[in-house]
Structures are given as structure tokens and as C-alpha cells.
Design a protein around this ligand. Sequence first.
Ligand code: BES
Ligand code: ZN
Ligand code: ZN
Length: 523
Amino acid sequence: MRVKIQQGKLEKFACDLLALKWVQGQKMDGSTGAVDKALKGLIFKMIKEEGFKGKEGEVMVFPILGGKIGAKKVMILGLGEQKNVTPELVRKSAARIVKEARRQKSKKVATIFIGTGTAGIDPFTAAKAITEGALLGSYTYAKYKSKEATHDLVYPNELAIVTAGVHERATGSEQEKLRAAQRGIKEGELYSQAAIFARELVNEPASNMVPKTLADEAVALAKDVPGMEVKILNRAQCEKMGMGAYLGVAKGSDHEPYFIHLVYRPGEGSKRAKDEKSGKGLKRIAIVGKGITFDSGGMSLKPAQYMETMKCDMSGCAAMFGVFSALPKLKPNVEVHGISAVCENMPSGRAMKPGDIVRTVSGKTVEVLNTDAEGRLTLADAFGYVLKYVKPDAMVDLATLTGACVVALGEEVAGYMGNDQKLLELVKKAAENVGERVWELPLVEEYREQTKSHVADLSNITPSRYAGAITAGLFLQEFVDKKPWVHIDIAGPAFAEKEVIPYMPKGATGFGVRTILELLKDM
Ligand code: BES
Ligand code: ZN
Ligand code: ZN
């Protein structure tokens, strides 16, 4: 779908569906009023007769006969109360519009510039939100659906944001507004495509998405891209580096593990040269993604029901890939390293057993009492590698780490925790900007005792099930030294069991991609 901005009169705009908004209790004025006038009060009548209140998500669609306006159908979308009109609501609303357009089999859709009126959202932010809502909301994983089942996916193919400017040609500030909107559309496209790239990887069934598949994807990402490099380590190389925890997890699988290290370096023309001259230096950040292509639980096998969605256990790695897919265009002024210790967690005659003790890159040993707490083991070695070979200024990890985090915060909110107030703030701000919800969990020092083992330095589970997301975080913290670090547990929001947010369809969501892009942009 193409998103564009165009200046013109809404009532004259030729399209299959024209989407207007209705805020609870609003007057029939502005752009909706102009269309209503052209329709001789039809909208007003319909609203009254249908008892349309304008509650958030409420929809009314009716055909326009006789060519009184340019549109073939009009859609009125409720936005709820005026105070609820935020960029996040704009994003949701755009998703609702494209979904309705698909139901109506409308190809060419026009919408007002939602949010830029009374709500006063700036044109860049509003255009970006509309674009993201439209693109993320119309995404469907259709690769394995028959043609008949997918023929409606061609609707819509265009979304035009029509600014109801009265001028035939934009002048002065109008022109600036349009330019800002155009930038918003571009960035919205970039962010959405990156998130969709992650969704595609996660939605792929685990038997077709093995570690080698991800390694190949990483190579493809870096191929012929200036400033991007990739290094793939095989089992023998990881063994040499002392990644006993990661390889312990990988042991049970018939598929070879691959450790992935992507690097993005900003181009010469960037601020980089200047910063280096001024001695400020370029910031280097590592993004670590959990990359378990399938989590059966290993010998501590999961019950069937809990295994159903475990192809999602490489969502952190996929999010990191999504970020890298956008970096060449986003061009942030930071050096970015993307790391993932990719493997499958399977039971077999060669699998790691409960009670085994593994040695990590850091030298610390871990007693593996439950092979289903595998994420922290692979991350421990990924962190060890980062500290030793990448030496970044900051590290952020994204991991579908604990069911406990889902119990605590549900499917819509990620838990995050870390050791550096400034970095925590940056992550929070970035997530807020893009509408991904995160909630900080405390790394309670008093609970650290529970992560200790009496036969090794650490145990990969705790004696009690309480505060599972936090104790997992405390375990990870053992492997970051004093490095500024934030851990984002995306076990809840990475994979939607059902659609709750209209631009987060059932299945993989691409959660984290837009937050990290925003974080890198802000740095
Ligand atoms: N991959 C799971 C966590 C998970 C749960 C992700 C639900 C997505 C949705 C992780 O490896 C796991 O199995 N964790 C265990 C840890 C426990 C054994 C300490 C859990 O949360 O039950
Ligand atoms: Zn597990
Ligand atoms: Zn897992």
C-alpha cells in the first residue's frame, strides 16, 4: 500500500472510500462539516438516525449515489473523547480505516489528516502515526494461505491523507506542513517495514526457520550494504570462545547453532568524523536479541499447549534484524552491533540434562536445573562475547524470556529493567514515542541470593516461582559487569494470541523494532 499526502478539497477527492472522523460531542464543522455540506446534511442525518456516538472505534459506512462528492463511499470513524486524541489513537485509527477499507473492498482510500486539528498533533508525528497504523494494520501473514483465501489482501492499495487546505497551491507554512508530513510518511514506512520484516521471520514455522535460516538472513541483510558487516560463528568457533552455556542449549538439536554478529557503522559524511575530531567519539551500542528458533523446553519439556507458539522465541533476534534492515536508511549517528546466539532448544539423546553444569564465556558456571530456562543461558554467553569483543558504551537486550513477565504485565506490555538510570529513561522515552508499552520492573537486590547455586556459581532457576521476570533479570545482570544495560522482556507483546490493538494483528507483532529505532535515532 502506498501512503501519500495531498492537498485538496475532501469533497472533491476521487476515491473509493473517504474516511472522516467523529469526536464525541463535536460540532459538524471542519473537514467533516465541509463534506456534510456537499452532501446536503446527509452525514448529520445518518449520525442522528443511526445513533452514532463517535465512541472510539465506532464505524459507520454508507454509499454515496449520484456523484455528489468525489468518494464512492463515506466512512465515519469514532475517535472517542477529544482528550483521547493522541498519536497512538491516530495510529489505531489509521489501522481501523484500512481494515474497514478491506471489508468494503475499497482500493483507493482517502482520509483527513487525523490529529492535526483540535488535538494539535504536529504534521510529522501525525503523518508517521497514520502511515504506521495503515501499514502495520493491513499486514497479514498469508504465505501459506491459498490464493482464494487471500484475494482481498489487495484492498486497499492507496491511502491518501488529504489536507483540506483551501489553497490550490501550498504556500509558506502550508508548504512546511506538507514537507513535515512527507518526512513523517517516509519514517513511518521505514519503521513499519522494519517491524513487518521481523514479523515475517517470527511467523515462519519453526521447521522452516532454523538457526541456519537466520544466519543466511543476516548475511543477506549485510550483503552489498555500505557500512554493514556480518560475522557468523559456527559451533567449533563458539566452543573455542568458551560459550558453554549457549552450546549446552544447542546440544539437543539436529540443527547446527550459529552465533550472529551484525555491525552497522555510520557513513563518512555523517557527524561521525566531526565527533571524532572533537574527541567526543562515536557512541557504540549493542543490541542483543534472544534467538531460540524453537523452544520445546528441552529435557524439561513444555506441555503441548505452552509449546504451540514457541516459534516466537526468536522474536528478539528478529527485532534486531528488523532494526538492521532500517539502519542504512535511518542513518543514526551511532555504531550499532547486533548480536544473537541462535539455536534450537530440543530434547534428544544428546540434550543437556537437568543438573548439568555449564561454563560461560565470563568464566562463571551455571547449574542448569531446568532446561526450559534456556534464554538466560544463551544471553549470558552473548553478553560475554559483547563485553569481550564489542566493548560497547551501552547494551540493550530484547528477549522473550519469561512466562512470569506475561503473568505480571499481560500481552500488551513489556517489562524492562536495567542498571543505568539514563539508559532506562532513554528506552522509556523511545517506547513512549512509538506507542510500544513498557513497564519498569525493579532489580531487587535482596532476591539475588535466589539465583545462586550450591554446586555452581549460579543456578538458571530460583527455588521459588515468585518474581520470575525479575530473578531472570538479576541472572542476566551477572553477565553485564558495570556496562550500562537495559533488558526488555518481550515474552508478552512479541506474539499476539489475539488482536487487541488494531495495528497488532494476531501472530508476530514486531514489538521492539520501533522502540530500538527511535532509541538509536535519539542517540
Ligand atoms: N521462551 C520461554 C518464555 C516465554 C513464555 C516466551 C511465554 C513467550 C511466551 C522461556 O524460555 C521459558 O520457558 N521460561 C520459563 C522459565 C522457567 C523455567 C524458570 C518460564 O517462564 O516458564
Ligand atoms: Zn524455555
Ligand atoms: Zn525460551
